[in-house]
Ligand binder design. Structure first.
Ligand code: BGC
Length: 740
């Protein structure tokens, strides 16, 4: 047998074809079988016979909230040695693990990284995570999660990039690039590159009531314009794999969804990589009661386009027989196996399946990765209020007391989906404060609120670090109340009565309802990772400008969710001068708007200008505004471009994020922010997912958040229309600002 698949000079497809031709049906099906935690000794016979093609190293379905022993190069090498050197065809194993926001160096949770609004930072964090994880032999991660989530009760809001589809698309694509683009410039084949996985396809963020795994109902226009967008961006960024979600969408489980997986993802979107089920989700088709038995479930999932069966074992148990009987076409198995094998080829596993065991020590928690984690943690801090309490300094003998459960927290700063972080690596907020402000800083962990009050009385500034333990965010961790955990608000109110100055730091995995929270300053930080202590103190002390912005709207109460800034207009718009609320027991608007930060309040936005009043289909228009820092301190401002389609066939959002620019401004300084807006970015999707840009006017706005800032008008013209003709086009349409 010539082993053409080992010839690195041949194109990937030829190598895969050669391998498929050499494989038995059993061996092809085995490539689709992912097992959990194999052992090179216990599972030696299975490895030798090529009984599984991939494995996940994880402690179980809820691994995201439980630390486990992890894996090391030596154990992965031992598995590979049997698979490669003792099996008939020598096909290497593909080893996967959830490397979600860092590996040994833990970065902020994705929601915290999203607060940076900084794709380059996200890319660098994913890159560092890949460098560390591949040193342990892991070449496939189940990240990024790109589900758009507007219901803060859902624990998995922590794992994604927030409520906005543009931001989720930008940051998700950046994470894909970070994971997949190795340092050697060879793409996936670099030994420090890993295959990414865009998950959970699709609509998972709409789980009813925020209850994890619950059903989803969504119309096709919303699906295409909100929930599919980040997946499209991930596919365009070259994501190697996609994971189907657990839920049913309009009654059909995503694991069995032919129209959305096989036809849309693999068909219309042209996704050529591998689709993996979520954990045991093929077997869960029985629990959804859409399959009569395991064989039926396996057949449905494969037909839908799920290539890899994560741990249920049903593909391995049934597909060979189903193909032999003729009830499942062999071509479906071949196509799925080809996708898995192509990934293994692209990862360079046939050239070198082994990992250098010396690499981990050199890269895990390296000074460069720690520095990046500190930068990312500081960028994740959002100032919600500052009545002059910031910065916190010890100048002139100011006495600072740090209190609350998060003052001394270590691995609680990691947040959900931290498998390889270790608490002993963490510098706490209190330690970082003492390091920066001197040994006079006093500390208590808030366990005895009465003792905290005594200490607070003796201080000039109290920094109270409260918030949500990671145990109540992440997978399967939904809540019915978005309030701070029991007792914390009462403790803050007691501190308010005695503290001369109170600075509150809220550490959380989800947007919380913080209406009426006491504090001269309030900072929000989504679980910030291993350098969270330093990052928070860097911002508190003003050493690093507070640049974090809200990647989610903050509700006034739990009753206000779901909530997202880019909602559709209603037929009964709220009157800004009159009755502005629909709720009878509260105000309607969010407490804090998407994109906002109190640290941005001194930046003045000048008028918005456009390079031309019109843009043709296929063209670009430049949109700009001048920003001036009117405050006394240097700022890093995140200017945001929003777009509104004034009139369209379907109702379009009140405004949609379309771009972000960061600009550093010294006191009194001005600078222009410039966006190139293409006509494609003005297009929305119709019910079948096709771009639907119709000529007409768009309102563009550059501002500090989703609600404020100066606007201008741009007209999109037909590609063929000449300048005179467009007036007629427009005349056919209702004027954009026509009243009722
Ligand atoms: C989660 C996925 C995860 C998988 C593997 C599932 O329970 O939903 O996000 O990648 O487990 O650990």
């Amino acid at each position: 047998m010539t082993r053409a698949w080992l010839d690195a000079g041949l194109p990937v497809a030829e190598r895969v074809d050669a391998l498929l031709a050499a494989m038995t049906l059993e061996e092809r099906v085995a490539q689709l079988h992912q097992v959990a935690n194999p052992d090179p000794v216990r599972d030696a016979e299975a490895l030798r016979s090529g009984a599984f093609g991939t494995c996940i190293v994880a402690s179980g379905a809820f691994a995201g909230t439980v630390r486990d022993a992890g894996t090391q190069a030596a154990s992965v090498n031992a598995l590979q040695r049997v698979a490669v050197e003792e099996s008939r065809l020598g096909v290497p194993l593909l080893v996967a693990r959830d490397v979600v926001h860092g590996h040994r160096t833990v970065f902020p949770i994705p929601l915290g990284q999203a607060a940076s609004f900084d794709a380059d930072l996200v890319r660098r964090c994913a890159r560092a995570a890949a460098v560390e994880a591949t040193a342990d032999g892991v070449r496939w991660t189940f990240a990024p999660m790109v589900d758009v989530a507007a219901d803060a009760r859902w624990g998995r809001v922590a794992e994604g990039w927030g409520e906005d589809p543009w931001l989720a698309s930008e940051l998700g694509a950046a994470a894909v690039e970070g994971f997949q683009h190795g340092r050697g410039g060879g793409g996936l084949a670099d030994p420090d590159a890993m295959a990414a996985c865009a998950k959970h396809y699709v609509g998972y963020g709409l789980a009813q009531g925020g209850r994890d795994y619950a059903e989803v109902d969504v119309g096709p226009v919303t699906l295409h314009n909100r929930h599919l967008r980040p997946f499209v961006a991930a596919v365009e960024a070259g994501v190697a794999t996609v994971m189907t979600a657990f839920h049913t969408l309009d009654g059909t489980p995503m694991t069995a969804h032919v129209p959305l997986v096989r036809e849309h993802l693999k068909g219309a979107l042209g996704f050529a990589g591998a689709v993996v089920s979520d954990w045991d989700a093929v077997a869960e088709l029985l629990l959804h009661r859409v399959a009569v038995d395991g064989a039926h479930a396996a057949a449905r999932a494969l037909r839908a386009g799920v290539d890899v069966d994560m741990v249920s074992g049903l593909y391995a148990a049934h597909l060979v027989r189903l193909v032999r009987e003729g009830s499942v076409p062999a071509a479906l198995v071949d196509d799925a196996a080809a996708r898995v094998l192509a990934l293994k080829v692209r990862l360079g596993l046939f050239e070198d399946p082994y990992t250098d065991p010396g690499r981990a020590a050199a890269v895990h928690l390296s000074p460069a990765h720690r520095a990046l984690a500190r930068e990312a943690a500081a960028a994740a801090v959002v100032v919600l209020r500052d009545d002059g309490a910031l910065p916190v300094t010890s100048a002139g003998g100011v006495r600072v007391h740090v209190t609350g459960p998060f003052a001394t927290a270590r691995d609680e700063l990691f947040g959900t989906w931290t498998l390889d972080g270790r608490g002993e690596d963490v510098v706490t907020i209190a330690e970082a404060a003492a390091e920066r402000l001197g040994p006079s800083v006093t500390v208590d962990d808030g366990r005895f609120t009465d003792a905290a009050l005594v200490a607070a009385r003796a201080a000039d500034v109290v920094v109270a670090c409260v918030g949500e333990h990671p145990a109540r965010s992440g997978e399967a961790n939904s809540v019915t109340s978005l309030d701070l955990p029991p007792g914390q608000r009462a403790a803050l109110e007691a501190l308010r009565r005695v503290a001369r100055r109170l600075v509150v730091v809220v550490v959380t995995g989800r947007p919380l309802a913080l209406d009426g929270l006491p504090g001269d300053a309030v900072l929000l930080v989504f679980h910030p990772g291993v350098e969270g202590g330093h990052g928070v103190v860097d911002v508190l002390t003003g050493d690093v400008p507070a640049r974090g912005r809200l990647p989610v709207s903050l509700p006034r109460s739990t009753g206000h969710v779901p909530l997202h800034h880019d909602h559709l207009p209603t037929g009964r718009p709220l009157d800004p001068d009159g009755d502005v609320d629909r709720y009878r027991d509260d105000r309607d608007p969010p407490l804090h708007v998407f994109g906002s930060s109190a640290a941005a309040s001194d930046v003045v936005y000048g008028p918005v200008t456009t390079s031309a009043p019109t843009v043709r289909t296929g063209g670009v228009v430049t949109v700009r505004a001048r920003l001036t820092n009117g405050g006394p301190t240097a700022v890093v401002e995140t200017a945001q471009l929003y777009v509104r389609d004034d009139v369209a066939e379907v109702s379009r959002p009140v405004s949609e994020l379309a771009g972000v620019r960061r600009v550093a401004l010294d006191p009194g300084a001005s600078d222009d922010v410039v966006f190139d807006l293409t006509s494609a970015e003005l297009a929305h999707r119709d019910a079948s997912g096709r771009p639907a840009a119709v000529p007409g006017t768009f309102t563009v706005r550059i501002g500090p958040d989703a609600r404020t800032g100066p606007t201008a008008r741009v007209e999109l013209l037909d590609a063929d229309a000449d300048a005179d003709a467009h007036d007629d086009d427009i005349a056919l349409r209702r004027p954009a600002d026509a009243g009722r």
